[in-house]
Write a protein that binds this ligand. Structure first.
Ligand SMILES: [Ca+2]
Length: 414
């Protein structure tokens, strides 16, 4: 039987739409990320499920709207030390592991601090990294002053710049598992704060996390160094795959978990991390699979983080449990056959804001309402709700219905 393809999922943290050269990013050089796009498919309308970390990761892991597992906001290091993604949820790692894959996550988890929420109980055979939202890149202290570098469920201090450690663990894992199908989830910290380059010294010590953003004053320069370290790491991963002759047997997907913060750029989009303007959640999304995906292509189909679980399951030729109800859709035919996706409404809800997307139409619903036509107004400059009252009403009704339904789902689970 034909060998199942390897899967490498690379997630950047707070990397904006304008932070990659291949997305017309002007301020940074990202040759390795650009090369993935040159050799594969670039999504121009790919979105994180949320404008912040934890909920996007919950949707990534489960293939469902994050509201369904009760993770709608950030699991903060200070206030949510008891909270996490319940191991009862079925994750992409659970499915792939059951399907014969060796599974690993290296880097940021951010789905619970307690050991019962550890990736080892969510389908991953191996975990090295951190469980909070960010750590000092050098001392690996979280933003409330705790040590946060783990191997499986145990604290396991390790020297090194977090971005480089994530890459190195990834390379070792590829080498060790080159003869069998593997799923490698590289969850980078980069370019999330603290703004620290590879040659800086540590800013945080145990019990003393301040200044949380780091001591570097020239954050733009630090950001550039951070991005270069991640990009170089991606190049090392790709070279390793190629040198082992696994190029055509390995599907690589790269994306970000939400829009940019600090010196990051959302390019021509409005808004940044934490916002439901496009800049908060439209992010780079690139699929590379030589021999399967046509090189140098782009798609304007709208896709979300939660689509990755059904896509990975399809790549791995798994039969999903009939009891598993997903919100995401399989992107494989879009990527390989270039077949368009069926039309569907897409939803975001964060704090007091809700959004519905249908084709080019986007309705933002909070205290007031605004309607945009993204094909003609990507920068969301002109609210056309007065001009298009019927369209606005139709989307509003659909959005309210979804919002009620998704909240009922939470109640049923608790
Ligand atoms: Ca993030």
């Amino acid at each position: 039987m034909e060998r199942k393809p390897n899967i490498i999922l690379i997630l950047a943290d707070d990397m904006g739409y304008g932070d990659a050269g291949c997305y017309d990013g002007k301020h940074l050089q990202t040759p390795a990320i650009d090369s993935l796009a040159n050799r594969g498919l670039r999504f121009t309308d790919f979105h994180s499920n949320a404008p912040v970390c934890s909920p996007t990761r919950a949707a990534l892991l489960t293939g469902r709207y994050q509201q369904r597992c009760g993770i709608e906001g950030v699991i903060s290091a200070r206030n949510h030390r008891e909270k996490g993604l319940s191991p009862e949820n079925i994750t992409f790692a659970d499915l792939l592991k059951t399907g014969g894959y060796r599974t690993a996550i290296f880097g940021k988890w951010h789905l619970g601090y307690k050991s019962r929420f550890n990736p080892r109980y969510q389908g991953f055979d191996e975990f090295t990294g951190f469980v909070s939202g960010n750590i000092d890149y050098h001392s690996h202290i979280d933003q409330v002053g705790f040590e946060d570098w783990w191997k499986d469920v145990n604290l396991a201090p390790e020297e090194g710049y977090s971005t480089d450690l994530i890459t190195s663990h990834g390379i070792s894992f590829i080498q060790q598992n080159k003869d069998k199908p593997f799923c490698l989830y590289l969850a980078h910290e980069c370019p999330h704060y603290p703004y620290q380059g590879p040659n800086d010294s540590a800013d945080r010590t145990i019990g003393k996390p301040d200044p949380i953003l780091g001591r570097r004053q020239d954050r733009i320069a630090a950001y550039k160094e951070m991005m270069e370290a991640m990009d170089t790491g991606i190049d090392r991963i790709v070279r390793e795959i190629n040198s082992l002759g696994l190029e055509q047997e390995t599907f690589i997907f790269f994306c970000s978990d939400n829009g940019p913060a600090g010196p990051g750029s959302s390019g021509k989009l409005k808004g940044k991390k934490g916002s439901l303007w496009e800049g908060g959640h439209r992010v780079p999304g690139i699929a590379c699979w030589p021999g399967k995906i046509r090189p140098g292509t782009a798609t304007n189909e709208t896709a979300l983080t939660m689509d990755l679980l059904p896509t990975l399951a399809s790549i791995a030729r798994l039969t999903l449990p009939t009891t598993l109800k997903l919100d995401g859709v399989d992107l494989l035919n879009l990527m390989v056959e270039e077949k368009p996706l069926s039309e569907r409404p897409l939803f975001w809800r964060f704090k007091n804001d809700c959004v519905i997307r249908r084709g080019p139409w986007k309705l933002i619903h909070n205290k007031s309402q605004s309607l945009y036509h993204l094909d003609t107004d990507i920068g969301e400059t002109t609210n056309i709700i007065q001009k298009e009252p019927k369209q606005g009403k139709r989307l509003e009704q659909e959005l309210i219905k979804w919002s009620h339904k998704i909240s009922e789902g939470i109640e049923q689970q608790s």
